[in-house]
Ligand binder design. Structure first.
Ligand code: C2E
Ligand code: CA
Ligand code: CA
Length: 235
């Protein structure tokens, strides 16, 4: 789980669940090495359901222990969104843990936001139900302005590749343009992969809303998350 910080006051406004596969003693496999394989074999449907259930249970236990009630983001594969019963799966995971829809945010990679009517219908239903939807890796896919208009989106996550090169004039301009467009469209903007003070300073200067990255906090395993993980970051 990696915290997200408000760039104005440093408050933790949410966490993102990032999957790890503890394959054997001490061996941890990163999602980049197994999610694409799981997507190819449809195993992603079961893994995705397992992630949703376990994240909801984890939130329940944090709430029972008096942790702040910030939404937790789950990454969703487009293959999951294409399943007819994705809305039922999300609703069930939330209900079974005694949570509310606003406790969950779903991050969907932009590359896959194709104009599939099944996916569009699912997004609208999830939004109506009350979960927040964010576009992940924004700027790397088609960046179609049409879906910004037509999809019920809460936030844009500016891809790490732009943040990495923010010292570069064009990447800085692209980042600034995404933030400005996001605000005009009433969307929150989130910078991912923030690693330096200079990046934080630039993002604050262009009024990007939220930041996430090793500079602020690395992802922590669920059992290592204590109340201190919710402490504000002092800029
Ligand atoms: P993502 O959603 O774009 O997540 C951001 C990735 O950047 C994470 O890698 C995170 O650990 C890493 N990161 C965060 N801050 C920094 C930083 O400051 N510097 C650098 N170099 N990296 C940083 P991770 O955890 O390996 O996840 C990779 C991708 O796997 C994710 O990209 C996401 O698309 C996917 N993924 C992760 N968990 C799930 C899941 O439960 N389901 C699905 N379908 N995909 C997942
Ligand atoms: Ca993500
Ligand atoms: Ca990314």
């Amino acid at each position: 789980y990696q915290p997200k910080y408000d760039l104005r006051d440093g408050k933790v406004v949410g966490l993102e669940a990032l999957l790890r596969w503890h394959k054997s003693e001490g061996e941890i496999i990163k999602p980049a090495d197994f999610i694409p394989v799981a997507e190819g074999s449809r195993l992603i449907i079961q893994i995705g359901q397992w992630v949703l259930q376990n994240v909801c249970r984890q939130i329940r236990s944090w709430r029972d222990n008096g942790f702040p009630a910030v939404p937790i983001a789950v990454n969703l594969s487009a293959y999951q969104l294409g399943e007819q019963n994705i809305v039922d799966i999300v609703v069930k995971a939330i209900n079974d843990a005694g949570l509310a829809p606003k406790d969950i945010e779903l991050e969907i990679t932009e590359t896959f936001l194709i104009e599939d009517p099944v996916i569009i219908a699912a997004l609208h239903e999830l939004h109506k139900y009350g979960v927040r939807l964010s576009i992940d890796d924004f700027g790397t896919g088609y960046s179609s302005f049409k879906y910004l208009k037509n999809y019920p989106i809460y936030a844009l996550k500016i891809d790490k590749s732009f943040i990495d090169n923010i010292g570069n004039k064009s990447d800085a301009a692209i980042t600034e343009a995404i933030v400005s467009m996001g605000h005009t469209m009433n969307l929150k903007t989130i910078a991912e992969g923030v690693e330096t003070t200079a990046q934080v300073e630039f993002l604050r200067s262009i009024k990007c809303d939220i930041a996430q990255g090793y500079y602020l906090s690395e992802p922590l395993s669920g059992d290592k998350i204590t109340k201190s993980a919710f402490h504000p970051f002092k800029f």
